[in-house]
Design a protein around this ligand. Structure first.
Ligand code: F6P
Length: 555
């Protein structure tokens, strides 16, 4: 059973100490030597998780490392906690909630009753409602106030109510409906909404207001402004039924949705057991479903489910998400790596690193255990990245010859969704993937001073040209970027985030750290926007900045 309150300290375990000793040995072995010692290690350290081929061989690991890491995960109770999560136990202890994003992708005939509620039936009821609405929008049967078919869908949301939808909308660009264009508004900077609305025709625009709580300042501010724009463009007044044809909501909060003026018949619900950053496969995916259609959305969900099943059943030593987590943790906790890079070799996956930042950093950016004790180990890697090949011409220099250890995940696809050839007959995709393979190879093996000198390079230049290699990467390959494969990739990272959190003994499902900033922003709104002379701020820096700002604004 899940225990949210034990004094368990992972860094005092036998496996932790064994890994620390093992690291001393591994530290002296260059990846070149590891490959020389085990010529077939490329195949031996590759696992298959549904359609994902995950090659861990260019990491500072051996089979022994994998066994020690699996032992660590077992000592941390990862398998029991995984089973507790899938069963609907309240593993989000600080909020006393189940964590059931895996239920969002259960097939219709699955069974799962949690807290007396048939979760599968609830999920499919919402999916059916989303599907019916999607069909009506896509076919043109759902029209705006003046009877015209919808051409533009504007998702208004932030955090998990934005990053997943926009990332997946971009990633699945080739599967979109030709008449419908998606737009995504998140920032409280008004230029975000203004840019999205620029050139839109209110008569054919549909707003999807996505907010779990329906109280998030940015979202409600943008949605209110969007409503004002719509009413003014249509030349109707507040309370006009036109709003019903142009606004739908995705939320768990029917009361606030109704108070905003959206008919709750046009609200698509989800549940407290879906965390914001784990919600793209819930009704939060409505704008995506409208773009790609319900069948493709079903394929997307099936992709998540395939990885869920793999994660639930594969032994830790062969388990893609678990190994991705454990290898990451190996670097964070035993090699002092602070960050984790992710490079999708796919321009359509441009927003994937930003999506992962919320998923991983809002989840594992914690410094107390579930029992409330200060952690004894570093947690929560800093995730960052850019699509290849762009990153190669920006920051890869630091990866190749810099002083930091930065493990990197490379994501690539065998078949392009859009196959194009250059004027001289070469495949664009082959150029892209040749770079993927070249970078992971060069990062691992580099080039020695002897090799460089042998090329006739002047001695003074040799040190500058030495490529140390020994830089770890994990290569994640899939046949093609389809809706299913995208679902698999997201689930892979969801579960690796979970495994890390469980080993560290923290709660990856709450986010108390973002609350105080929100409260303080509300308090400061009164200070910077008020005509009255502001009260002294507690610190001299904020106080001086607030006064300077007010002066600049003529207050
Ligand atoms: O910033 C914190 C957060 O609560 C995220 O976890 C969440 O995804 C985001 O705000 C948006 O919340 P909501 O969907 O309730 O508007």
């Amino acid at each position: 059973m899940f225990d949210g309150g034990s004094d368990f300290d992972i860094s005092s375990t036998v496996s932790w100490h064994a890994l620390a000793a093992h690291q001393q040995h591994m530290y002296n072995l260059h990846l070149r030597e590891l490959f020389a010692m085990a010529p077939d290690r490329g195949r031996e350290l590759t696992v298959q998780a549904a359609d994902l081929r995950i090659d861990f061989s260019k990491n500072h690991i051996t089979r022994e490392t994998v066994e020690l890491l699996a032992a660590l995960a077992r000592e941390a109770g990862v398998e029991e906690k995984r089973d507790a999560m899938f069963a609907g136990a309240h593993i989000n202890t600080s909020e006393d909630r189940a964590v059931l994003h895996t239920a969002l992708r259960l097939p219709r005939d699955a069974e799962l009753v949690v807290d007396g509620q048939d979760v599968v039936a609830d999920v499919h009821e919402v999916l059916d409602a989303m599907g019916e609405f999607t069909d009506r929008v896509r076919s043109g049967e759902w029209t705006g106030h003046t009877g015209k078919a919808i051409t533009d869908v504007v998702n208004i949301g932030i955090g998990g109510s934005d990053l997943g939808p926009v990332m997946a909308y971009e990633a699945l660009r080739h599967y979109r409906h030709p008449r419908l264009t998606g737009h995504f508004v998140s920032n409280s900077d008004p230029s975000d909404l203004a840019a999205a609305l620029d050139g839109l025709d209110a008569e054919t625009t549909l707003f999807v207001v996505s907010s779990k709580t329906f109280t998030t300042l940015e979202t409600i501010t943008n949605a209110t402004a969007a409503k004002a724009w719509l009413l003014s463009e249509l030349g109707v007044g507040e309370g006009d039924p036109a709003v019903e044809k142009h606004f739908v909501a995705v939320s768990t909060n029917a009361e606030e949705v109704s108070a905003f003026g959206i008919d709750t018949d046009n609200m698509f619900g989800f549940w407290s057991w879906v965390g914001g950053r784990y919600s793209i496969d819930s009704a939060i995916g409505l704008s995506l479903m409208i773009a790609i259609g319900r069948e493709r959305f079903d394929e997307f969900l099936a992709g998540f489910h395939a990885i869920d099943e793999h994660f639930r059943t594969a032994p830790l030593e062969e388990n893609g998400p678990a190994l991705l987590a454990l290898v990451g943790l190996w670097y964070s906790n035993f090699w002092d790596a602070q960050s984790q890079a992710v490079m999708p070799y796919s321009n359509d996956m441009e927003r994937f690193p930003a999506y992962l930042q919320q998923l991983t950093m809002e989840s594992n950016g914690k410094s107390v255990t579930t029992a409330g004790h200060h952690v004894t180990t570093p947690t929560g890697s800093i995730y960052w990245g850019e699509p290849g090949t762009n990153g190669q011409h920006a920051f890869f220099q630091l990866l190749h010859q810099g002083t930091w250890l930065i493990p990197a995940d490379f994501i690539g696809f065998a078949n392009p969704v859009d196959d194009r050839t250059t004027a001289d007959g070469r495949s664009f995709h082959d150029i892209l993937m040749a770079n993927f393979f070249a970078q992971t190879e060069v990062l691992a093996f580099g080039k020695t001073a002897d090799d460089i000198a042998a090329e006739g390079v002047p001695p003074a230049l040799v040190p500058h040209k030495v490529m140390p290699g020994n830089r770890p990467t994990t290569s994640i390959l899939a046949p093609q970027l389809t809706p299913s494969v995208l679902g698999q990739l997201i689930a892979l990272y969801e579960h690796q985030t979970f495994v890390k959190g469980m080993v560290w003994g923290i709660n990856p499902f709450d986010q108390w750290g973002v609350e105080l900033g929100k409260q303080q922003a509300n308090a400061l709104m009164g200070v910077i926007g008020d005509d009255a002379v502001p009260a002294q701020q507690p610190d001299s820096s904020t106080d001086a900045m607030v006064r300077w700002y007010r002066e600049q604004r003529g207050r």
